[in-house]
Design a protein. Structure first.
Length: 546
């Protein structure tokens, strides 16, 4: 049985505000309507006894003593570099009765390491996990580290949900004991283009379907976008509590963000100019930036977010000052503050029309977007890219059970499966065809039909198979100059009115055992992820027992 903190304290059933002090985030977010305060702490590089480590630990301990701080959120190697593991600080803070959120990213860990880490975290009493794909590794010992991305944030959420449900069989087939994670997801809603915004929303929906019980949005400084996120969730009947990101800027941080140094985070020229103007003031803008954060919190509360997620290079007393400033606003003041947190990107897409009176979103869906959708829906099947239409037609004919060629193609592959020469011949033909058409890397578990015939292995540095990560800038990948495959897939699918369902369905989790084998054969003979998704999880092999 997983040892929760209440069990360790000998109190039996979990008391949400029990002997360990603060109420659990799960209780606060799911059983109360209280507006929470969560603080993000970034572990330092080096030992916890180093100067940086001691500083972060001291800050965490001070915040653990602060009754206004409901949770401390510990990052996992942000920015793609190595930091002290979150668990080191987390264990200390947990013992002080502090609710802790552990970030779990897929960039440095494969699924087995993540599963093992999940059991470790749960055994040690960490319930709150923020699952994410993570930033691409850009540094490391003697050069950059290899990226892992064996699974992505959606796959991780599904795996942790299965662990919660006890659905991971052990070596003898018996079900594992359940973990008790309260799972969170990240959404990067401050994107400028329709082809980025809608896939982000759809991916959030998929994350919720795979077990995310709360969400935190990425850093951004445009209240209308935050309003839009909540409206979109409500429109789609997705009832998860969302905590608003409030990153306390400085001119230095604004320059860093504006230069694109943090994937997915944008500070506009206008906001940078304001930050640099404030930098010239006697307090170097401190009061201005704390007030801006206080306004963001007041707005978040007014819009219906369930809490504020405060980040930034701050000292312990700064948090109190921000919260006290936020408290000075009267309940209705947030409406007038919206115009103070309004830093849109050029030609920014919005899902809803603006309510020009308030600067918020209205309930009316963006008219231009609705018009282009209506034009696309019901289109002829060959509308849009000819290559895409042809691939889709061929896929339907060969691989869909209702396809005209399906039975015969399946029979050919079934026969070839028992004859090595035939199998090699067909696989060779597939490799040549898909190599030329899709730059196929022969992973054996093909996701082309799910990404509008764009290969995630060769064209996505993070091999994202369940929707886009949040790292793009103007639709361009956070690494290199390529346009994000998911933005391209969105455009291809929208031409046929199919973009809104592009991320429907269970999580795609690639089977690495199929690498170097024929993906066509694996699809036709029910060995790839599509067939696996319908089947119960496999037991671990017996040799694992040793
Ligand atoms: S089989 Fe794998 S590598 Fe080849 S196109 Fe499909 S997803 Fe890409």
């Amino acid at each position: 049985m997983t040892a929760s903190r209440s069990d360790l304290a000998g109190s039996g059933a979990r008391d949400p505000a029990g002997a360990w002090g603060k109420s659990t985030l799960r209780h606060l977010l799911t059983e109360t309507d209280r507006f929470l305060t969560v603080v993000e702490l970034v572990p330092s590089r080096g030992l916890v006894t180093d100067e940086g480590g001691r500083r972060v630990l001291a800050l965490g301990r001070a915040l653990a003593e602060n009754p206004r701080i409901d949770g401390l959120s510990l990052t996992d190697n942000p920015g793609g570099g190595a930091m002290l593991a979150a668990d080191t600080l987390g264990t200390d803070l947990l013992a002080r009765g502090q609710e802790v959120i552990i970030h779990l990213a897929c960039k440095d860990w494969n699924r087995n390491a993540l599963q093992s880490r999940g059991w470790k975290l749960s055994s040690e009493g960490f319930d709150n996990v923020l699952a994410m794909s993570g930033d691409y590794p850009i540094s490391g010992y003697h050069g950059a580290a290899s990226p892992v991305f064996d699974i992505d944030s959606v796959g991780l959420l599904q795996m942790l949900s299965d662990m919660n449900a006890g659905l991971l069989p052990g070596p003898s087939g018996e079900l594992r004991e359940r973990t008790d994670f309260f799972l969170g997801a990240v959404v990067t809603n401050h994107k400028p283009h329709e082809r980025e915004v809608i896939p982000q929303y759809l991916k959030l929906k998929r994350k919720i379907e795979c077990g995310a019980a709360f969400a935190i949005n990425q850093i951004g400084y445009h209240a209308r976008k935050d309003d839009e996120l909540l409206r979109w969730l409500s429109l789609n009947d997705l009832q998860v509590p969302v905590v608003a990101n409030v990153y306390v800027l400085s001119a230095k941080a604004a320059r860093f963000f504006q230069a694109g140094k943090v994937p997915g985070v944008v500070v506009t020229d206008e906001l940078l100019a304001l930050a640099e103007q404030q930098e010239a003031s006697p307090d170097r803008g401190r009061s201005f930036f704390l007030e801006l954060a206080a306004k963001q919190i007041a707005i978040a509360r007014g819009l219906g977010f369930r809490g504020a997620y405060i980040g930034g290079h701050l000292v312990a007393t700064d948090y109190d000052e921000i919260l006290e400033r936020a408290d000075t606003y009267e309940p209705g003041d947030w409406r007038s503050l919206i115009r103070d947190v309004r830093f849109p990107q050029a030609d920014e897409f919005h899902y809803f029309e603006e309510d020009t009176e308030t600067g918020r979103s209205s309930d009316e869906v963006n008219r231009e977007y609705a018009r282009t959708r209506a034009r696309a829906s019901g289109r002829r099947p060959f509308r849009g890219s000819v290559a895409y239409s042809f691939n889709r037609f061929m896929h339907g004919a060969m691989f869909e059970p209702s396809g005209r060629l399906h039975r015969i193609v399946r029979a050919v592959y079934r026969r070839a499966d028992t004859r090595p020469t035939g199998e090699r011949l067909l696989h060779g033909m597939e490799r040549v065809t898909k190599g030329v058409l899709f730059d196929c890397h022969d992973c054996g578990d093909c996701s082309l039909p799910e990404i509008a015939y764009l290969c995630p292995e060769s064209q996505c540095v993070k091999n994202q198979r369940n929707g886009p990560c949040g790292g793009t800038r103007d639709s361009i990948c956070e690494i290199g100059e390529k346009e994000c495959i998911w933005a391209r897939a969105y455009e291809r699918l929208k031409a046929q009115g199919k973009e809104e369902t592009m991320l429907d369905g269970p999580a795609v989790i690639q089977d690495n055992a199929l690498r170097g084998t024929s993906a066509w054969s694996n699809a036709l003979l029910d060995r790839d992820h599509r067939a696996q998704r319908a089947a119960p999880p496999k037991a671990a092999p017996e040799e694992d027992v040793a």
